[in-house]
Design a protein around this ligand. Structure first.
Ligand code: 4LM
Length: 395
């Protein structure tokens, strides 16, 4: 098998058989002519492989799925219109009333909200196991799925994938890791024995903040099941143009991730020395509680850095003073972004739940882009100066 950087460029893509087009064309078509009554019947029976209708398969989207399967080391992958479409398709395919999802918090606020509110309406229970040490004890006969992120959104906890996989396998329970923050360049969960890996492709996979997408990768049998139920019936299909943008983004994933990781480490080291910053969360800092595990399971520590300022007001003053960072949700773009999770990405969670997950009012999440780290640090420096002035006035 070719190495990762080579697969990022080539996997899933070949010259267009009809025209020889070198870049995978945007197959902007809803439906595909099957040519004859007999072939139509064979396609629908699954006796012959071929495209039928773009909600369940499209050549541009298929190239993206094949590239992602290759990068994650999975048998197959299925793409969606967003990360949340992937999460909901997975859940509605695998779970039945009475089943339980055990998850390791925190998660992206939308995912935890979906687990606690939407799934509950369909009789599925979602339980936060708290940490890996307590995971095994929290499983019940109804547990059907173990779900986690690592590093976690927004405060970058690290979970031990080998240990999660061991527990899941010992109990015959499926495990799924949302690998959005790490990307397959830094961590490939399936190599640790995890069953399924999910992404918001909107983030690092696309990398340029111009496309929404999601993807799920894993064993062919499970991917087929999710495609034929969760994708076909819920309908969250990835568009061909978005697939084209994601394919283009993926070619430079390794190069971008190197720049994100190098920049984030510089920023984290700078912030860790700043007197106004109460705490820095970055798995690349030796002081991070998950540093040793991160060293084992990541080939770089990622592009997200979170910092705790003394108060919500200080966080607001800091964010309003940033000039190079854009105040916006989302992450993984070439441009640096900054947000206040408690009032944005995790705002829907009950304050007590946020508190329990360590999503404090002073927490700010930075997505470090690929700009020159010296310019980013200069911007943080001037913004921290203004936040410090606010803090002094407050106290
Ligand atoms: C954000 N995140 O945090 P779509 N999984 C993870 C995520 O961070 C997200 C999703 C899934 C943010 C969006 C506003 C770890 C999203 C959901 O947004 O549906 O592609 O992915 O800023």
């Amino acid at each position: 098998m070719k190495r990762f950087r080579t697969r990022a460029v080539h996997a899933g893509q070949r010259p267009d058989p009809l025209t020889g087009a070198h870049a995978t064309p945007v197959y902007s078509t809803s439906t595909f002519a099957y040519g004859s009554f007999e072939r139509g019947a064979r396609l629908f029976e699954g006796e012959e492989a071929g495209f039928i209708y773009s909600r369940i398969g499209n050549p541009t989207v298929r190239a993206f799925e094949e590239k992602m399967a290759s990068l994650e080391g999975a048998e197959d992958a299925v793409a969606f219109s967003s990360g949340m479409a992937a999460v909901s398709a997975l859940a509605f395919t695998l779970l039945r009333p009475g089943d339980e999802v055990v998850y390791l918090a925190p998660l992206y606020g939308g995912t935890e909200g979906f687990f606690l509110e939407t799934l509950q309406k369909f009789g599925v229970i979602a339980t936060d196991a708290g940490d890996v040490e307590r995971l095994e004890a929290r499983l019940s006969p109804a547990t059907r799925l173990i779900y986690l992120e690592t590093p976690t959104n927004p405060n970058l906890c690290i979970y031990d994938l080998a240990e999660v996989a061991r527990v899941a396998r010992a109990h015959g329970i499926l495990s799924c890791v949302d690998n959005t923050f790490a990307t397959p360049y830094l961590t490939r969960p399936l190599e640790f024995g995890i069953d399924l890996v999910l992404h918001s492709a909107t983030k690092y996979l696309g990398g340029h903040g111009d496309a929404l997408g999601g993807v799920l990768a894993g064993p062919k049998e499970l991917i087929d099941a999710v495609r034929m139920e969760g994708l076909r019936h819920l309908g969250g299909a990835l568009g061909a143009f978005e697939a084209f943008l994601l394919l283009r983004g993926l070619k430079t994933l390794p190069l971008r991730m190197e720049a994100h990781c190098a920049g984030a480490l510089r920023v984290a080291e700078y912030l860790a020395k700043h007197p106004t910053v109460r705490r820095v969360h970055y798995p690349g800092l030796p002081s991070h509680p998950g540093h040793a595990v991160a060293r084992r399971q990541m080939q770089g520590f990622g592009g997200l850095v979170s910092l705790e300022l003394p108060s919500r007001e200080a966080a607001g003053a800091f964010l309003n003073s940033l000039e190079l960072f854009t105040q916006a949700v989302s992450l993984g773009d070439v441009e640096s972004l900054a947000t206040h999770p408690a009032s944005t990405t995790h705002q829907l969670l009950e304050p007590a739940l946020r508190e329990r997950h360590g999503i404090t009012e002073g927490l700010v999440r930075l997505s470090i882009g690929i700009e020159d780290p010296d310019d980013l640090i200069a911007d943080l420096e001037q913004a921290l100066e203004r936040a410090t002035a606010t803090t002094l006035v407050d106290s």
